[in-house]
Ligand binder design. Structure first.
Ligand code: NAP
Ligand code: MG
Length: 404
């Protein structure tokens, strides 16, 4: 078989620890035999970020803006322990945070569903994708403790120097206050990313806030979503046969639990933080969650939702065999290659991506899986394999699907 040719390079962001090991294995075992892979490569491994004073992260985000599609390996976000371990010049920021800020994107997370791994919610038949707004609210707050006898007010100094004030509370006893904000432009970008992604997936989109209680703040989210939907997306949604549905957050939670799945659930920042872990756990495993960052102007960055699997990496360094789940990282590659195929009109690349996903799922449904899934699977014939054997087994099925 002639290898599939690519037109535009994929931006490749390499990473750290066990996921870096998996990254190379996926390319060697599952991609190079079939695709003449063209990438613009950036090493986001912590050592190289440190050498370049994190310039490499910025360069990789700029390359993503230029080419439109990236695939990213999990990376270490440094903390005090990593400062010593890697002898860092600085506690570099999270690469994901830097990239997200530069692309102004929204993160969409979806579970990969396989037979034998049963969701904790028996009615869920299809994936539920969480879209989390990644700017502001409680994540950019100012907060204080307040002494008894104090008066707390919101005060805004306007461009002309005049002030507008609103009482928060007259404190009889000691207490606490918090100021949060958001920006119309960021909410608008979030709305557009969600509506575009719903059109991409041809799935309904739900959005929920607490606008009955927060009549200005949360209501602004509701109004911006509604205005953008009415003006820019209503007809496209009708053509695609999908709907936009707004409700209150508590009603949304109740409906999600009763639903069959198969839609995108757009969440404000805090709701998305909490609900994405609930959805991931209820579907089975963090190692089976894909994640894609979508910018409002249609730039895509694909990754796995889990981290660098540090504990497995230390075992690997000691020469022990690991059984690390590579599924979400495989799906990051298939997602990125499929998107590249769509944008460059290379149907063979899209069907390769489909086959890669099919082969991966079939392997697990045939009972061959890594340890994390073997613990959850209800299949009678399940067999736990090591990291590399799993990929070799996927390739057996992939080569059959590719007819080689
Ligand atoms: P983690 O890498 O997601 O792993 C936490 C635990 O979950 C693992 O120890 C393992 O459990 C299980 N697990 C996660 N992914 C797995 C997989 N693919 N296969 C099998 N088991 C898996 O989170 P962490 O240990 O908290 O973080 C490690 C590093 O990753 C940190 O430096 C953090 O900054 C970074 N991180 C990066 C990203 C990103 O780049 N997107 C996201 C999160 C964290 P057992 O050990 O019980 O087997
Ligand atoms: Mg969280």
């Amino acid at each position: 078989m002639a290898k599939i040719e690519m037109k535009t390079p994929l931006v490749e962001m390499d990473g750290d620890e066990m996921t870096k090991i998996i990254w190379k294995m996926i390319k060697d075992i599952l991609i190079y035999p079939y695709v003449n892979l063209k990438t613009d490569y950036y090493d986001l491994g912590l050592e190289h970020r440190n050498e370049t004073n994190d310039q490499v992260t910025i360069d990789s985000a700029n390359a993503t803006k230029k080419y439109g599609v990236a695939v990213k390996c999990a990376t270490i976000t440094p903390n005090a322990a990593r400062m010593t371990e890697y002898n860092l010049k600085e506690m570099w920021k999270s690469p994901n945070g830097t990239i997200r800020a530069m692309l102004d994107g929204t993160v969409f997370r979806s579970p990969i569903i396989v037979n034998g791994i049963t969701p904790f919610i028996p009615t869920w038949k299809k994936p539920i994708t969480i879209a989390r707004h990644a700017y502001g609210d409680v994540y950019k707050n100012s907060e204080m403790t307040v002494e008894a006898g104090s008066k707390a007010e919101l005060c805004v100094t306007k461009p002309d120097g005049t002030e507008e004030r609103k009482l928060i509370h007259n404190f009889d006893g000691d207490g606490i206050i918090q100021g949060i904000h958001n920006i119309d432009k960021s909410i608008g970008s979030f709305a557009r990313s969600c509506f575009n992604y719903a059109l991409d997936l041809k799935q309904d989109i739900w959005f929920a806030t607490k606008d009955t209680i927060s009549k200005t703040y949360d209501h602004r989210f509701k109004d911006i979503f509604n205005e953008i939907f009415e003006n820019e997306y209503k007809e496209k949604f009708a053509q695609a046969g999908i709907t936009y549905f707004y409700t209150l957050i508590d009603d949304a939670v109740a409906r999600v639990i009763r639903s069959e799945g198969g839609y995108i659930w757009a969440c404000k920042n805090y709701d998305g933080d909490v609900m994405s872990d609930m959805i991931a756990t209820a579907f089975g495993s963090l190692a089976m969650m894909t994640s894609v960052l979508v910018s409002p102007d249609g730039i895509y960055e694909y990754e796995a939702a889990h981290g660098t699997v540090q504990r497995h990496y230390y075992k690997h360094l000691k020469g022990e065999k690991t059984s690390t789940n590579s599924v979400a990282t495989i799906f990051a590659w298939s997602g990125a290659l499929r998107k590249r195929g769509e944008l460059d009109n290379i149907p063979e690349l899209c069907s390769f991506a489909d086959n890669l996903e099919k082969a991966t799922i079939t392997t697990i449904e045939d009972g061959i899986m890594t340890g994390d899934l073997a613990l959850l699977s209800t299949l009678p014939n399940k067999q736990k394999v090591d990291t590399e054997t799993f990929l070799v087994e996927v390739n057996k099925r992939l080569s059959a699907l590719m007819g080689v």
